[in-house]
Design a binder for this molecule. Sequence first.
Ligand SMILES: Cc1cc2nc3c(=O)[nH]c(=O)nc-3n(C[C@H](O)[C@H](O)[C@H](O)COP(=O)(O)OP(=O)(O)OC[C@H]3O[C@@H](n4cnc5c(N)ncnc54)[C@H](O)[C@@H]3O)c2cc1C
Length: 373
Amino acid sequence: MEILVMGAGVGGLAVARGLLAAGHRVRVFERAPGWRTGGAAVMIFSNGTAVLDDLGVSLDGVGARIDRIDALTSGGRLRTSQNIAHAAERYGFLTKVVSRRRLLERLADGLPGDLVEYGRECRGVEQDGRRVTATFGDGTAATGDLLVGADGHHSAVRARLWGEGSVAPATFGTWQGLSPIDVEVTRSHTNLMITGREGACGLMPAGEGLLQWWFDVRWTPSDPRPADPLADMRRRFGHWASPVPEVLAAAPEGDLAFFGHHWNKVRRVWGEGRVTLVGDAAHIMPPTLGQGANQTLEDAWVLGRELAKGGDPVERLRAYERARYPHVSLVSRMARRNPANWRIPPMIGRLFPETSQTAMLARFSNRLTALAA
Ligand SMILES: Cc1cc2nc3c(=O)[nH]c(=O)nc-3n(C[C@H](O)[C@H](O)[C@H](O)COP(=O)(O)OP(=O)(O)OC[C@H]3O[C@@H](n4cnc5c(N)ncnc54)[C@H](O)[C@@H]3O)c2cc1C
């Protein structure tokens, strides 16, 4: 089949890889004028690395392996500790933090050089029962058998399918950066999640001497942005226990970017006819569980498997959405409750099993469920 993919982020490239390998003709249309090099780093859990492995994508030599996630109080006391290496042993796939730039490089590695058509912003989608046509901001159009909207948070394809207003702001946003900050956690295999009255701070090693650092703060879209965000972070969080003050002292202003988070209720049916969605276009959620990109990779994996079954492609698209629904809707509901930022008292946190993330990952994942079956 000839398949049109809107968006060349994590989802668009993963979908293209899988469908090209299955012998389909694929064209990817990206609004941006070129390759995305920013966007800091993402945590790819065992479910995501398993999908990447199936797509022939290796993260060897990039990013940092994560073995533990420790949640701390702002005073430095341990709230909970999660043994992430246990999931790697159970499923055979590591958890890694990798910069978005490296992840996209690896996803694009080996794909045809002219696969992605940059500067092509999808503005409209029409279908007539046999073919589907995308129209672009430059007045051009492309026609194929199927269309996949992988155009992220502000998806034009989703707006066409669901109308405007289907996504709502969450209650908080993140100031984050990816910087060469030489503190112990940068050289470790541990992700620190620190929570206090003022908000939350996350620190994780991202390889190549880089630290992914972020601060979650309460937010509504009408909030004015601070004139000097780094000074604002230092004022709010600078009195927390080490290493927060050291990170704030070393953090370069230019690396700081803000993301206000959004959420939509995951639908049982995402698409219509010959059109479907993957990734944030279908299920935007706050990044508290670090599963957004992982769920996007899961979408690409299931979509590829469904289309490989042959038969009516429209029915295959709906089967893909049905297969993803129970897993991604669970992740989405949990991410909305924001458990990573809960201030669990250390006395209670000690009672939590260290390996609970392992079983939870299988519940989040079509890929790991298939592995276990
Ligand atoms: C602060 C923050 C931290 C995060 N941390 C993690 C994490 O640790 N782990 C994790 O798994 N996930 C994380 N996520 C979520 C993750 O980044 C997303 O879920 C993931 O990038 C979704 O991939 P996507 O391909 O759907 O969208 P994107 O990666 O956003 O790609 C969409 C692409 O479509 C293009 N596009 C947009 N509109 C159009 C159009 N009209 N026509 C053509 N192209 C278009 C865009 O330019 C972009 O290239 C985080 C998100 C944020 C904001």
